[in-house]
Design a protein around this ligand. Structure first.
Ligand code: HEC
Ligand code: HEC
Length: 457
């Protein structure tokens, strides 16, 4: 292998990271490790001189690692060290397992590309082609625009977010070298079909990802010739781990084991006087992360205030005020706690009808899976006639998820509160539910669809 060990390999840390780790990017210099086989454990100092010399006499497969490990096992543990007979490597017979890797096998495996361009295969690809290939091979998981689908990694955007409490780490916002993009994709993507991309396709996808991160224009063509001219936005955001120099001496000083204090300790402060749990300006414990789902829907900034929110919102938004509480539900079911808190008194019949009509529209989102009305049959989801106030998982012949079936067996009932919770977050309310539906995030939509469901007997 001919790779230069000059460039540290970045440890790509996925998953959440605290702001602190963003500041302390860690570098591990593994170039060298990859280039040289790990030294085999040395058995006896006397033998080391003999060890490296390849033995020309025996079989072509020397299996050295195994052979060298052998004497250690052979040496009887109980025997005093002085009497142990030194074992010569010449005495050790290879086990005859495996064979040496062929040069072309090593070549096929050795696909590393380094930041200075070492290892780049000859080839090229443009943004447009990359867009097409990405659409076919990658978009199912990473999104058409590399924005990431569900929890598959997002590959574009996030610029300037690295110091946020929840940084969005992408190729554009985080990765310091383009070589990592090429190498990673060529080596390991598409997920489950690694190394099925051609070199040119990999160049094209890399060009497309540069484009989707706003680093190049849409007419850009990437090749092994111009590859190293691309400077990634976060190239300067890493530093080499200096802890062996800066921190190790602090930990390795000889510890004091006796008479370490010259006088008895003095109490200088009491914990109550210390601000041991500092507050952020919003009055929450420092570093409390925003609640993403609520913040994103603009419903409320905090679960604690979520309950109070509908009331204040109603006052602020006139059209929301027109939306009455699901009075029908309240009649049909044991009055849910929520209904009491809402301005039920303000509801009139006209309001009801408008709400039900609204709910019928919302129900279009459900209609592909749920049938309602006379003669309705189970589809992907069960028939929903008379669902409001009905026992959970009651439709005969429908194969419910184990969780929902269990909730039904335990006497669970689809009252307004249960429907609200389930429709807001199906997977959160019924763990492992078969209903693959993201949920209705808007309270108005939930109110409306529940009112509509309440009319279906
Ligand atoms: C079946 C789903 C799937 C497909 C298709 C797929 N990927 Fe991935 N991709 C993943 C997963 C899962 C990860 C995270 C792997 C890990 O962390 O070990 C990932 C990670 C990545 C990363 C690293 C992201 C990061 O920030 O760490 C890149 C770059 C990438 N994929 C590019 C591609 C490209 C280009 C294609 C198409 C050629 C592709 N992927 C196709 C699922 C997929
Ligand atoms: C992608 C298909 C799909 C969509 C869309 C969908 N559902 Fe469902 N729904 C299901 C499935 C499947 C179940 C059974 C869940 C289980 O067993 O865990 C279900 C169960 C339910 C139940 C419980 C039924 C019972 O008998 O216990 C209700 C209530 C419900 N859905 C309402 C809705 C509403 C309202 C919508 C639209 C806002 C909706 N669903 C959208 C597939 C869907």
């Amino acid at each position: 292998m001919s790779k230069s060990p000059d460039f540290p390999t970045i440890l790509l840390v996925t998953g959440w990271a605290t702001a602190a780790t963003v500041a302390a990017f860690i570098f591990a210099s593994t170039g060298q490790k990859a280039a040289e086989p790990a030294p085999a454990p040395v058995v006896k100092p006397a033998e080391t001189a003999a060890a490296p010399a390849p033995d020309p006499a025996p079989a072509p497969d020397p299996a050295p690692a195994v052979a060298e490990a052998e004497p250690a096992r052979a040496a009887p543990v109980a025997e005093p060290a002085a009497s142990a007979t030194p074992v010569s490597l010449a005495d050790i017979k290879p086990l005859g397992l495996g064979r040496a890797a062929l040069p072309e096998e090593i070549e096929a495996w050795d696909v590393a590309v380094l930041p200075d361009g070492t290892g780049l295969p000859v080839g090229s690809g443009d943004v447009e082609t990359g867009d097409e290939v990405f659409g076919e091979r990658c978009a199912a998981c990473h999104g058409d625009f590399a924005e990431g689908i569900d929890s598959w990694p997002v590959l574009a955007g996030g610029a300037g977010s690295l110091t946020d409490p929840r940084p969005v780490k992408t190729i554009g916002s985080y990765w310091p070298y383009l070589s990592t993009v090429f190498d990673y994709i060529h080596r390991s993507m598409p997920f489950g079909e690694a190394q099925t991309l051609s070199v040119d396709e990999t160049y094209a996808i890399t060009a497309f990802l540069l484009y989707s991160n706003g680093i190049v224009e849409d007419d850009f063509v990437l090749s092994n010739e111009n590859f190293t001219s691309i400077v990634m936005p976060n190239a300067e955001g890493f530093y080499v781990d200096d802890r062996p120099v800066t921190e190790y001496p602090l930990f390795s000083a000889a510890p004091c084991m006796e008479n370490c204090r010259s006088a008895a300790p003095q109490v200088t402060k009491r914990a109550v006087e210390l601000n041991v749990t500092p507050m952020d300006p919003d009055g929450k414990p420092a570093g409390t992360l925003p609640v993403i789902t609520l913040a994103a829907t603009g419903t409320a900034s905090d679960p604690a205030t979520a309950e109070a929110a509908p009331a204040t919102e109603t006052a602020a938004a006139p059209e929301a005020m027109a939306e009455p509480a699901p009075v029908e539900l309240a009649e049909a079911t044991p009055a849910p706690a929520e209904a009491a808190a809402e301005p039920a008194a303000a509801t009139g019949d006209a309001g009801d009808l408008a709400l039900v009509a609204e709910g019928e529209k919302v129900f279009r989102k459900c209609a592909s899976c749920h049938k309602v009305g006379d003669g309705a049959k189970n589809g992907v989801g069960p028939v929903l006639n008379g669902i409001v106030g009905a026992p959970m998982a009651r439709v005969e012949g429908f194969a419910y998820s184990a969780t929902l079936a269990d909730m039904g067996a335990k006497g669970g009932v689809w009252d307004a509160a249960a429907l609200q919770a389930f429709l807001e977050n199906p997977k959160g309310y019924v763990k492992g539910t078969k209903m693959s539906f993201a949920g209705l995030k808007k309270p108005e939509e939930r109110d409306a669809v529940i009112a509509y469901l309440g009319t279906l007997k």
